[in-house]
Design a protein around this ligand. Structure first.
Ligand code: F6R
Length: 604
């Protein structure tokens, strides 16, 4: 995820910016840059890759005395991770850094280009600085131009902008992406997109609210709300514990990542959904020409999202879909035909087995697509096309938000293909899109649900095993629920199709066998319910997850009312993640770094 820092004061500006960016490294990035205005001259440096590259480029640049600067770490969304796409972006005499996505950038860019503005990057961010400079031509002053620019932007943003004519002013705005102002007794002014860069420098911080904008100078912090009304910045004492700050108040990164799912799914959707159409700028519809089958290949959690996708592709896109475990596919001499689109799914883009299958598909002449979270990863570089999931860096070894964004992308892709194939009517696609837009609010963790799961987790710390059961697309979700639990609790757990229990596994049923039953109201409810009743009749301990109360269950996790089974899917996904998390915490395990596991599996 992108990160922002800013500084205005007498200290070593370059060092403050670079060390601030370093504190944001844990969020993930693929390029970085700084711009410093000192003695009327701008100095700008950018580098692809790790911060050490930027440090190398700036090693001969010295700042002393008063200066101001802005810095950024970029996680590519619009456009590749290149120097040109790295922030800060330059107009003629101003620089900008930005987190978030400017949804109307294409319209603004078109107008600016028609007026003769040349663009250097592929980013949405660059429109901000050009729009500001355009507005400056008619505005009374730079602040008026900045305020006008902010009003013209749609989307999510945290913005810092500096301009040559205002050598002691940093302009800022916040809407939907975090931004803080930090102060100290030396009267310096700091900015950052999270607490960590400010620790050790600032005593007090102000967390800006959505719609806030304004400017800082050495003497002043001028803050305005979304209606342009001037207000006082509210400062609170800054805690000085870095690890705690990185976890943003959560006990573990996994917990933070579960809570982040609403905002990362919004990022996944951003710019890709209109009222009645799915847009993937990164795809050419001709990718699907001559394609009569989709083959999905992955490992672990990504395999579960592939399996979920197979239900969506066959149901909505009416295209034959097969799924493959990458480590198996590699060695079983599979038959690959050129009417098959080969889709690799990987959070990291580096998993050795999946990467190898992608190479095999390419060698066999198949068209290839990668669904991935990391731009410029080996798989993204290799495939014919790629869709980025935009989950941001995932630190917890047990995947949560990466899975959530993969499912979101697949749902969108199934509609995209349905449009090409004409397998869904326009109104059906529009109705799905309306439901898709509801996903961020359905993955929001409610205090009530979290408390309930925390309480009931104490009853699931022993026993001789767990069965997670579901039907249809809730079967891969059951597999994923079981994987989450075994990864971090070290308890034995299996995912099973609910209807399959009576063909053998039901022999294990007794009170010490825990069944986590997924009972969606809107997909085969009665069928799944009778499978659970069979287990309950044999005295298995049942924890049902549903929006319909279930009297045969020993425990019940109630999800919020949903009128679509995919919303139930996302609600249940969160409940399963929280259940694993709370069981693992009670068992005293290291949730973020479970034993024997690595985040990126680059060996066979
Ligand atoms: C489970 C988990 C793993 C990964 C698997 C594939 O929580 O994270 O099962 O899903 O190792 O990794 P990627 O998606 O990076 O290819």
């Amino acid at each position: 995820m992108c990160g922002i820092v800013g500084y205005l004061g007498e200290k070593n500006t370059k060092e403050i910016l670079l060390s601030g960016l370093k504190e944001l490294e844990y969020r993930g990035y693929d390029s970085a840059g700084i711009a410093v205005l000192q003695n009327g001259t701008f100095h700008n440096f950018k580098a692809v890759g790790k911060l050490i590259n930027l440090e190398e480029k700036t090693k001969d640049f010295v700042t002393s005395g008063f200066a101001m600067g802005i810095g950024h770490t970029r996680w590519a969304t619009h456009g590749k991770p290149t120097e040109l796409n790295a922030h800060p972006h330059l107009g003629e005499f101003s620089y900008v850094v930005h987190n978030g996505i400017i949804e109307n950038y294409a319209e603004l860019k078109k107008e600016l280009q028609a007026g003769g503005t040349a663009f250097l990057s592929q980013t949405d961010t660059e429109v901000i600085v050009h729009q500001f400079e355009k507005n400056q031509k008619t505005a009374k002053n730079s602040f008026e131009a900045f305020a006008k620019t902010i009003k013209e932007l749609h989307g999510a943003y945290a913005i810092l902008l500096v301009t040559k004519g205002e050598a002691e002013t940093i302009f800022f705005a916040k809407h939907g992406s975090p931004l803080l102002i930090g102060v100290n007794e030396a009267n310096e002014k700091y900015f950052a997109s999270s607490d960590t860069p400010l620790i050790g420098h600032c005593t007090n911080v102000s967390y800006l609210e959505d719609g806030d904008y304004g400017y800082v100078t050495p003497q002043e912090i001028a803050l305005f709300d979304k209606n342009g009304i001037k207000k006082e910045a509210k400062f609170v004492t800054l805690s000085q514990n870095k690890i705690l700050a990185q976890k943003e108040g959560y006990r573990f990164f996994m917990e933070k990542e579960i809570y982040e799912q609403g905002s990362v799914i919004s990022d996944t959707l951003m710019g890709r959904v209109t009222e009645n159409e799915i847009l993937f700028d990164e795809l050419d519809a001709s990718l699907f020409d001559g394609i009569s089958e989709i083959k999905l290949c992955a490992c672990g959690t990504s395999y579960h999202s592939a399996m979920s996708a197979s239900y969506l592709f066959e149901r909505y896109s009416k295209i034959k879909t097969s799924i493959e475990v990458a480590s198996e596919f590699r060695y079983r001499e599979p038959i690959m035909t050129k009417d098959t689109l080969f889709v690799a799914i990987s959070q990291s883009g580096e998993t050795a087995d999946t990467l190898e299958t992608l190479k095999m598909a390419k060698a066999a002449g198949l068209k290839t697509l990668v669904i991935c979270n990391v731009d410029n990863s080996s798989m993204v570089r290799l495939a014919d096309a790629s869709i980025l999931t935009r989950a941001g860096i995932e630190k917890g070894v047990a995947s949560t938000k990466a899975f959530a964004t993969q499912i979101t992308v697949f749902w969108m892709l199934s509609l995209y293909v349905a449009k090409i194939k004409g397998s869904l009517a326009q109104e059906q696609i529009a109705s799905h899109i309306a439901t898709l837009r509801e996903v961020p609010s359905h993955v929001k963790v409610s205090d009530e649900m979290h408390e309930r799961i925390k309480r009931l987790s104490k009853r699931y710390l022993h026993g001789h095993g767990f069965f997670f059961i579901g039907r249809d697309i809730f079967y891969p979700l059951a597999l994923e629920g079981a994987l989450k639990l075994k990864e971090i609790s070290y308890l034995h757990a299996e995912g099973y199709p609910a209807g399959e229990m009576k063909h053998g596994p039901i022999a294990l049923a007794d009170p010490e066998l825990f069944t986590i039953a997924l009972l969606p109201k809107h997909l085969h409810y009665e069928k799944a319910k009778s499978n659970v009743e069979e287990l309950s009749a044999r005295d298995s301990t049942i924890c049902a997850i549903s929006q319909i109360p279930f009297d045969k269950a020993d425990d019940f996790i109630e999800i919020s009312p949903c009128d679509h089974y995919m919303l139930e899917f996302f609600e249940m996904m969160v409940a399963l993640q929280l259940l694993s998390l709370e069981i693992s915490i009670r068992l005293g395990n290291d949730v973020d770094m479970p034993r024997n596991l690595a985040k990126s599996v680059t060996v066979e």
